[in-house]
Design a protein around this ligand. Structure first.
Ligand code: ADP
Ligand code: MG
Length: 338
């Protein structure tokens, strides 16, 4: 369906984002929320990388760091621009501004992410003005094209967000993200806030737009069935870390991390004969301020051994294009879904 060049558009190396935890009147730093912790991943041109994980595991923070909407604490983010890989963590304000138009974000909540005092024309046209891409009549024409592309009525350009349904608002957000002709889009749970009935339409629209405009997506979701539908590859996050990275099919058939196995066991299956025994994860998700020693997942892992408490597992490519951080990735034979 999607043509892929196979070349990475984006490479994230050892990325960290630690938020200080402050206490008392003097706001003394007493610790850090390790929201993103030594993340490594890459995204090829034209593909969708799905990022999955429970609430609070750092998905949004990862997406915002990659766009440099927030400053990463450490690590590099290489982005292919005009044939060269540039490290966007090293860009000064001026150069960063020049690259902004190539990377955009679609937000989770179409109710709060659109300014209620702006019309559709203003909302979708703003990136064109900010990036000096079009003004006046030219801008209006471009906005009309974008509005058509996302399936909204061009007669409604002067309306305000409150006049639209959730699904339509999300389309306005998508049109805005497309305005500057980006190469790369972070879609942060773009359908989670929508009615089930419009989720599929919105996902299909995103897929059509990807082909039409040769877009590369980082698609964030806590829902594995959405991820399965839309992603070429998946990254599984647990407490600030990517613990597994693989092609979608390979991941579903042959997961290598015990956390992934547990997530897959909870997927609903249409055929009850194919249903596997759900793995109930005991214990709480680890606290990113004070994570456990060794492998963060060890207190909930049914395969954990001594070494898992002591040593953090390294990031290994166990099969071609299949990476995992688990001491026993090679020994365990985990269940996927058929
Ligand atoms: N601006 C911030 N200041 C302090 N902590 C934050 C901030 N943003 C996010 N966090 C914390 O970072 C962790 C990851 O959050 P987030 O990236 O929003 O997770 P997700 O999108 O997976 O639900 C959470 O523990 C959250 O409380
Ligand atoms: Mg989030």
């Amino acid at each position: 369906m999607i043509k892929k060049s196979g070349m990475p558009l984006l490479e994230v190396k050892n990325l960290k984002k630690y938020f200080p935890v402050e206490k008392g009147f003097w706001r003394k730093t007493v610790g850090y929320v390790k929201a993103v912790d030594k993340v490594n991943l890459y995204i090829n041109e034209g593909e969708t990388l799905g990022v999955v994980g429970e609430s609070g595991c750092g998905k949004t923070t990862l997406g915002r760091c990659i766009l440099r909407a927030i400053e990463p604490t450490e690590g590099s983010i290489l982005f292919r621009l005009n044939g060269d890989m540039i490290d966007i963590t090293k860009l000064d304000r001026e150069s960063l501004r020049a690259t902004r138009r190539y990377t955009q974000m679609i937000f989770q909540d179409p109710y709060s992410s659109l300014d209620s005092r702006m019309t559709v024309l203003d909302i979708v046209g703003e990136p064109l003005l900010v990036n000096n891409l079009a003004t006046g009549r030219k801008m209006e024409e471009r906005v009309k094209d974008l509005v058509k592309v996302v399936g909204l009525n061009v007669k409604h350009l002067k309306r305000y967000p409150h006049a639209f349904s959730g699904g339509q608002r999300q389309r306005i957000g998508i049109a805005r993200a497309l305005a500057s002709n980006p190469k790369f889009i972070v879609a942060d749970e773009p359908v989670s806030a929508l009615d089930v009935s419009v989720q599929a339409q919105t996902l299909n629209l995103l897929q059509d737009l990807q082909v039409e405009f040769k877009l590369t997506y980082l698609f964030i979701s806590h829902d594995l069935s959405v991820i399965e539908h839309i992603s070429d590859r998946v990254a599984i996050m647990y407490v600030g870390k990517v613990v597994e990275l693989a092609k979608t099919e390979e991941f579903f058939l042959n997961p290598l991390h015990p956390y992934s196995e547990a997530l897959l066991s909870a997927l609903p299956k249409p055929d009850p004969r194919l249903r596997m025994k759900r793995i109930i994860l005991s214990g709480e998700v680890a606290n990113p301020v004070n994570p456990p020693s060794g492998c963060y997942f060890h207190p909930r892992c049914k395969y954990a051994e001594e070494i898992c408490k002591k040593e953090e597992p390294g990031w290994k490519e166990v099969n071609p294009d299949h990476f995992v951080a688990c001491h026993f990735a090679k020994e365990l034979s985990l269940k996927g879904v058929i």
